[in-house]
Design a protein around this ligand. Structure first.
Ligand code: PGA
Length: 260
């Protein structure tokens, strides 16, 4: 049995294809005020990449961090329309979400492409948030563990366990994203625990420290039940991260839950 030693919950708001300059300015100013006393959580927002620079400007003097939602597999060159990890770093972001199911589904990203994106993120010194998880059919046929292990192995077998040092895994069952249904916290805990034990076979220290987030219809009502579980170290929030009052309430609830 491997004990999770991660005491610093990581809360990431994934805005997907939402936002505007006005919304970002209002959101960040209000969020900064609402969570000014919170010091024991990592708080990250992931606006569309075009707004990262502006968001960084608005965040001035704040502990709130930035994430991109995607990255290219190259760092420079003739790749029209792409954004590199170096550029994301250059504008001040610290994290990049890699392999979100919406990228896997709508942009045909497979485990091979995702592994390259994960690696280039590490190479420039940013932190990848690797999204893994099963779809409904896989869930119903008890393939959750098999799918998650395959998605982790795509990185583990190519780059080794050290790639997971200072990386984040987000377990996001596809059937729970954006549909108001979130799985039973005991179920989520069992998957997170399995992932941690699996990584521990390769490196106990990395497995104990790695942040394993849950994502999929997280809201003010279900977040306590989830964060009470020992192996759930944070949340990746979509819809409920778009309003500063809801997002800041979730942050406050998590701080209380993890401090009990
Ligand atoms: P949701 O999205 O919170 O709206 O379900 C989560 C995600 O896709 O990361």
């Amino acid at each position: 049995m491997i004990n999770n030693v991660q005491k610093y919950p990581l809360i990431v708001g994934n805005w997907k294809l939402h936002g505007s300059k006005r919304m970002i300015k209002d959101f960040i100013l209000s969020l900064k005020y609402e969570i000014r006393h919170i010091t024991s959580c990592g708080i990250v927002i992931a606006p569309p990449v075009i707004y990262l620079d502006f968001a960084q400007y608005c965040l001035n003097n704040s502990n709130i961090m930035l994430s991109a939602q995607n990255v290219d597999v190259h760092n420079e060159g003739a790749f029209t329309g792409e954004i590199s990890a170096e550029m994301i770093k250059d504008v001040g972001a610290k994290y990049i979400i890699i392999g979100h199911s919406e990228r896997r589904i709508y942009h045909d990203e497979n485990n091979n492409i995702i592994a390259k994106k994960f690696w280039i993120t590490k190479q420039v010194g940013l932190i990848p948030i690797l999204c893994i998880g099963e779809n409904k059919e896989e869930y119903l046929s008890n393939k959750t563990i098999e799918v998650c292990v395959q998605q982790i192995d795509a990185i583990l077998h190519r780059f080794g366990i050290k790639a997971f040092d200072n990386s984040v895994i987000a377990y996001e069952p596809l059937w729970a994203i954006g549909n108001q249904v979130s799985p039973d916290p005991d179920y989520v805990q069992s998957i997170h625990q399995y992932i941690r034990q699996y990584l521990a076979k390769y490196d106990k220290n990395i497995a104990q420290k790695i942040i394993i987030q849950y994502g999929g219809s997280v809201n003010v009502n279900n977040v306590v039940g989830l964060l009470e579980k020992t192996d759930i170290n944070g949340v990746l929030i979509g819809g409920a991260s778009l309003k500063y009052d809801i997002f800041s309430n979730i942050v406050k609830i998590i701080e209380k839950t993890k401090n009990i």
